[in-house]
Design a protein around this ligand. Structure first.
Ligand SMILES: NC(=O)c1ccc[n+]([C@@H]2O[C@H](COP(=O)([O-])OP(=O)(O)OC[C@H]3O[C@@H](n4cnc5c(N)ncnc54)[C@H](O)[C@@H]3O)[C@@H](O)[C@H]2O)c1
Length: 217
């Protein structure tokens, strides 16, 4: 969606200089990947918990380990390469830096506070189950955040709202991108892109607001 190139971890392992896992999964970086990494590669994790990088496997592959500076452990592999592990594989921004910046947490706290207010006001009609944060509340927080940062974005016109609500069907006489010849099509890059309708629309508006007139997804 952001235009990043995607690839398998096996392919990425050969190319990367710095790796940071943020998946919430386990064994995302394993021996198979360490085997392929460049000498001097830096690996870290920011997901919960310190199981995303298979540190026991890295230990087994290493002939020695030394702390080169605070939060940096250099593993010397038996084949001579070195791999640097940051923050013992714990959440890097919490273990080795200053945690969550207030500018990120303020949105979570605003959502939580307004959700509590919503529950107090609406408890009579709520069932004992888990609800998603109401969309208008979520949007209000996002709007306030953007305003506080001095950022202006476009508003959808009523016609655009209606079009999206109706499932964004192809208009009569309209063209899909695939109808356009490759020469006419500005989105000729054939690499895979992850995108979904609403996200694509929202992202496009944001980028227009930021002054980027054309962007292909
Ligand atoms: N460090 C922090 O401050 C911080 C803040 C928020 C969330 N987190 C943690 O970050 C992790 C991710 O959170 P999220 O909200 O982005 O989750 P998410 O589910 O939205 O995103 C995780 C992504 O990882 C992908 N993934 C899962 N296994 C993978 C694998 N083996 N290889 C490659 N990709 C894989 C999933 O497909 C998904 O796209 C969670 O553990 C969460 O607790 C950390």
């Amino acid at each position: 969606m952001d235009g990043f190139r995607v690839m398998s971890m096996t392919e990425a392992a050969k190319l990367g200089d710095v790796f940071c896992t943020v998946t919430g999964n386990k064994s995302v970086l394993t021996k198979d990947h360490f085997d392929l990494m460049k000498d001097g590669a830096i690996i870290s994790n920011s997901g919960h918990f310190n199981v995303e990088i298979d540190i026991p496997a890295l230990e087994r592959m290493s002939s020695s380990k030394r702390t080169t500076r605070t939060y940096v452990d250099e593993y010397s592999l038996k084949d001579g390469r070195k791999i640097n592990l940051l923050g013992e594989g714990r959440l890097i921004n919490l273990a080795s830096a200053e945690g969550h910046p207030a500018s990120v947490m303020d949105m979570s706290f605003a959502d939580q506070a307004l959700s509590v207010e919503y529950m107090v006001r609406n408890h009579a009609k709520l069932e004992k189950t888990v609800y998603k944060v109401p969309d208008d509340l979520d949007k209000r927080v996002a709007k306030l955040k953007l305003e506080s940062m001095g950022i202006k974005i476009d508003r959808l016109t009523p016609e655009q709202e209606e079009y999206l609500a109706g499932g964004a069907k192809e208009p009569k006489g309209g063209h899909r991108t695939s109808d356009v010849s490759p020469q006419q099509n500005p989105c000729r890059d054939s690499r895979p892109r992850l995108s979904s309708g609403p996200f694509r629309a929202a992202r496009f508006l944001f980028l227009c607001g930021a002054g980027t007139p054309v962007r292909c997804f």
